[in-house]
Design a protein around this ligand. Structure first.
Ligand SMILES: Nc1ncnc2c1ncn2[C@@H]1O[C@H](COP(=O)(O)OP(=O)(O)OP(=O)(O)O)[C@@H](O)[C@H]1O
Length: 977
């Protein structure tokens, strides 16, 4: 049965249907498809032929052209000789004996009939061998009939593939699919002859065999194209049919299919009946028998052949025939069903595998996402912690009172040819400078609280400084000073581009925008003014004025080099409306003159002198910083006006920020490194926690009471002859009291006599602001006391009280109405200033000399270091050239002493100062003063009640000689009792 089936299915049902449909009048034959199929078949055939020729050699394959037609291919292989020889080459011994020709010596002429036996033996042996190897086979009859070479080609290409597998070191059993058994079996014959099955087997089992990919895909495409061609044919047949005609047409087609099928089976059986019988019987083929019995494997074949003979010898009965056909079809159908099922299973498994992989992929993707999320979270946490650390660090720094240090790198200026920067990189608070070879090639890193790169804008800079500036509004004393070599951008940072406008400001006006101060009349002293302002533009105007007045000069390094230090001091006072607490803060904004190498700046003459003095004062600043950093008991503040000026900020409990500037040019690297080193040292200085300057309402009231009491006492004490008292008694008294009275004098005395304690750091209490009160008693005294009154209502002064006692003590002992003075150093020689107030200052300076010579001959012993020039307020002042500085020294060293006088008993000086006061009436064409100030000054020639320059003296020039001293002055003298 199996044998029958094997013989019957040398063609497929599909083929038959296709043929029938075509015969039925296929009008839409797909020519393109056909030609493509033909082309593909030719190319595969050529490939097979080429490989065969190559393998057996061109001589042996002389019957096979390189690119044969289908007919040539079939004829070339018909003898089976080439096939057997090729197989033996690929797999030696696969065909033990190859029958070369009926007579080996006399080649058979082309086209001459070879015996059927010879054909059969060679081809059969070949087919058995290839089947053993698990390759697709073909039917021997395929070489007899035209149009059947496709399977032969497939077989040859499979053999080629096998050969290549072996050549590439293929080992073990080469299998054409996992289902094919190495042994020949009946079943395998059935499969061999069932083309659809072979196709499906190839497709299923050889999927994983690399060498058969081409083949299997080809077969697959054949099948698909057959299916599509079938459906095209069916559609074409039914296209012009009416629906009612369709069943008839289908029936007729099916009948024809059945007919054709029967016809083909019959002809095939006929052929089979004829050929084996002829071969086996008429020629007594021993070799076949031998072949059949030589091997156990071949027994099956032998048996099969014999069975086939038996079947063929039986007469055909048409019933049996149709039954057999049906059975065959059924078998084929079943097989196809199984194949389909198998395919479905495979598809299902593949789908399941895909789903599993997809699920895995999603899972892994999800895990990856989680992981990335975790990392991002950790990263943000890390940044948060970093930020928190930075804040905490800054808080610790604040608590320690460390000087904050910010660094800013100037960008290259337009017109600079080379833009190679020495700044390697900037990150957070770190800056790395690359040092060129002459400084020892390498890098140096520095850490600061903040570093601004060349692209940082003024707004960015300010936003970072804002909290510090806001502190001034909260009652802290704040100092920001810009440091750096000449041309590094200090002035730019502090004031913005040249001419200030509200839009384009530096730090000063920015900070001023935070608050508009109270409106007071101003007191103008040349070059050091206290001017009430009511808006930001007021401040900007003042700053521009100050900027214009500032000494600048062109050097080789900066065409507008500042040749002086500049300081803007802003006093701020506020009152908490609910608690009545008064907060007072002040802010110094100091733009230092730049340090410079004189050979680089190429300055000469006056400029050179300036440079030397600038450098000297900066070096004094360095010494102060150094002492503070080492916590030395002695800090040499008094070595320069600059350090005296900054003493409050460097030594008191102010919040201090040094803004260090560097230039990016390689030839400035030396200065850059030393600037940064200096800044690093500054950062180590600890000043102690800053304290807010605050007076509660109670304290205020108590101060007022004390002031009244002291005023009363002063009136009583003032009864004796003032002159006598002033010359002897008061000077005694003064001396006696001075040791305790003025914080400032006390400071001087300590410095001179007791080892310069005042030079050590002062707590903010000592240098802090003391509230100013409008004392009714004071105001009532005289109308000519305008200036006094003005000052009383003026904002309080920043740190002065440097006597070594703390602020609380000051509060209690000094009492209300106490003036707190501000260290002010005029840029120019005050003696040369011609404004009434300036003259006043100068004259009072002289006055002080006179007074000391006359009344306090030994005061220099007591107060040898007195050098502050104390003025009330002032917005901007400068420390400049040597000469000027010397002048200032001269002026200021005298100036503080009269303050004592003023405190001591200014009424007694009235007679003596009157004459001097008259001298102040010299006109001063250069003076800049407000009408009110002028009026005030002329009216009273009242000096600032600062302790410098005998301000009090100036005031009392206009007072009646008997007028009791203002209570605050008395208190100054007596408050240390
Ligand atoms: N951040 C900046 N952006 C743009 N230009 C800047 C910047 N900083 C400085 N400059 C420019 O660099 C030049 C020098 O700056 P500036 O005068 O501020 O330096 P300086 O340190 O104050 O110098 P000196 O100590 O000699 O007075 C100026 O032309 C200024 O406009």
């Amino acid at each position: 049965m199996a044998a029958t089936t094997e013989g019957a299915l040398s063609f497929s049902v599909a083929e038959v249907v296709e043929d029938v449909l075509q015969q039925h009048g296929n009008r839409l034959r797909d020519l393109d498809l056909e030609s493509r199929k033909a082309e593909e078949a030719a190319s595969r055939r050529n490939e097979a032929a080429g490989w065969l020729r190559k393998t057996v050699g061109v001589v042996a394959a002389k019957d096979l052209p390189a690119e044969p037609s289908e007919e040539e291919f079939r004829l070339g292989l018909r003898s089976g000789i080439i096939l057997c020889n090729v197989l033996n080459k690929v797999h030696p011994g696969a065909v033990p004996k190859v029958v070369e020709s009926p007579c080996d010596s006399a080649p058979v002429p082309d086209g001459a009939a070879l015996s059927a036996f010879q054909y059969f033996e060679n081809v059969r042996n070949f087919l058995v061998a290839v089947q053993e190897l698990g390759m697709p086979t073909f039917e021997a009859s395929d070489l007899e009939q035209g149009g059947k070479s496709a399977r032969v080609v497939n077989c040859v290409l499979a053999l080629k593939s096998y050969s290549e597998w072996k050549q590439t070191g293929g080992n073990g059993a080469w299998k054409f699919g996992g289902n094919v058994k190495p042994t020949v079996s009946v079943k395998s014959f059935v499969r061999k002859n069932s083309e659809p099955f072979v196709n499906s087997m190839s497709r299923n089992s050889s999927m994983n065999e690399k060498s058969f990919h081409v083949l299997s895909s080809d077969l697959e495409s054949n099948k698909m194209s057959t299916a599509s061609s079938l459906s095209t044919l069916v559609r074409a047949v039914l296209l012009d049919k009416k629906p009612e005609e369709v069943p008839t047409v289908v029936e007729s087609v099916l009948n024809k299919v059945v007919e054709e099928f029967e016809h083909r089976i019959a002809s095939q059986l006929e052929l089979m009946k004829k050929t084996p019988k002829d071969m086996a019987v008429s020629h007594g083929n021993k070799s076949l028998l031998k072949f059949a019995s030589s091997d156990k494997k071949n027994e099956d074949i032998n048996e099969k052949v014999i069975k086939k003979e038996d079947v063929m010898q039986k007469p055909y009965v048409s019933d049996e025939k149709s039954k057999r056909q049906l059975l065959q079809q059924q078998l084929a159908f079943d097989q196809q069903q199984r194949d389909i099922q198998e395919l479905k299973n495979t598809l299902h498994t593949t789908k399941a595998g895909m789903q599993f992989m997809q699920m895995k992929f999603h899972e892994e993707f999800h895990n990856l996402g989680m992981h990335i999320h975790g990392l991002a979270h950790a990263a943000s946490g890390y940044h948060r912690v970093l930020e928190e650390n930075r804040k905490l660090y800054n808080q610790v720094q604040d608590l320690k009172g460390s000087i904050r240090v910010y660094c800013r790198v100037r960008p290259f200026l337009s017109g600079q040819p080379n833009h190679f920067s020495t700044v390697d990189y900037i990150e957070d608070g770190n800056i790395t400078i690359s040092t060129p070879s002459k400084h020892g090639k390498g890098q140096r890193s520095f850490s600061f609280n903040k570093v601004f790169g060349p692209s940082a804008t003024q707004a960015e800079v300010f936003s970072d400084m804002q909290p510090l500036i806001r502190s001034a509004l909260d009652g802290f004393n704040v100092c920001i000073f810009a440091y750096g070599q000449t041309g590094s951008g200090k002035t730019y940072t502090m004031t913005g581009p040249r001419e200030l406008a509200e839009k384009n400001q530096g730090n000063d006006p920015e900070s001023l925008q935070r608050k508009t101060k109270g409106s007071h009349n101003g007191l103008s002293v040349p070059e050091a003014n206290l001017v009430p302002v009511s808006s930001t533009s007021d401040v900007i105007d003042l700053m521009n004025l100050g900027q214009r007045n500032r000494a600048v000069g062109a050097t080789a390094l900066n065409d507008r080099s500042s040749r002086s230090h500049s300081c803007l001091t802003v006093h701020i006072q506020g009152r908490d409306l609910t608690s009545g607490t008064i907060l007072r803060g002040c802010m110094h904004l100091v733009d230092l003159a730049g340090s410079e190498r004189v050979n680089k700046s190429e300055v000469t003459g006056d400029r050179l002198k300036e440079a030397q003095h600038i450098n000297r004062s900066l070096s004094a600043l360095g010494d102060v910083i150094s002492s503070l950093a080492q916590k030395n008991p002695h800090v040499p503040y008094r070595n320069s006006k600059l350090t005296q000026l900054l003493q409050d900020s460097l030594g008191g409990q102010a919040k201090t920020l040094m803004f260090v500037h560097i230039s990016p040019e390689p030839d400035a690297v030396g200065e850059t490194i030393s600037t940064l080193k200096f800044a690093e040292r500054v950062a180590t200085v600890e000043l102690g926690a800053a304290k807010v300057n605050r007076d509660s309402v109670d304290v205020k009231e108590l101060k007022e009471q004390i002031a009244c009491l002291k005023a009363a006492m002063a009136r009583k004490e003032g009864e004796p002859d003032p002159m006598q008292h002033s010359v002897s008694g008061s000077s005694e008294k003064y001396r006696m009291k001075a040791t305790e009275v003025s914080p400032f004098q006390s400071k001087k005395r300590d410095a001179g006599l007791f080892g310069d304690h005042n030079s050590c750091r002062q707590p903010m209490g000592d240098v802090g602001n003391i509230e100013v009160h409008s004392n009714a008693a004071l105001r009532q005294k005289t109308k000519s006391f305008d200036l006094d009154e003005l000052l009383v209502t003026s904002p309080p002064w920043p740190p002065v009280n440097s006597h070594g006692q703390n602020y609380g003590e000051d509060d209690k002992e000094i009492g209300s109405g106490e003036w707190v003075d501000k260290v002010m150093v005029n840029k120019h020689d005050v003696r040369r200033v011609e404004s009434p107030l300036g003259s006043w200052a100068a004259e009072n300076g002289d006055l002080a000399d006179v007074f000391y010579q006359k009344y306090l001959p030994d005061s220099s012993k007591l107060y040898p270091d007195q050098s502050y020039n104390m003025l009330m307020g002032g917005n901007r002042f400068n420390v400049t050239s040597t000469d000027e500085m010397d002048d200032i020294d001269a002026a200021t060293s005298d100036s503080s002493e009269p303050d004592l006088v003023w405190q001591f008993n200014h009424t007694k000086l009235a007679g003596m100062t009157n004459g001097i006061g008259q001298r102040t009436k010299k006109p001063n064409p250069k003076s800049v003063q407000s009408p009110e100030l002028s009026k005030n000054a002329n009216a009273s020639l009242g000096p600032s009640p600062s302790r410098k320059q005998s301000n009090g003296v100036g005031i009392h020039l206009q007072r009646s000689g008997r007028q009791p001293a203002p209570p605050d002055m008395k208190r100054k003298a007596g408050n240390r009792k």
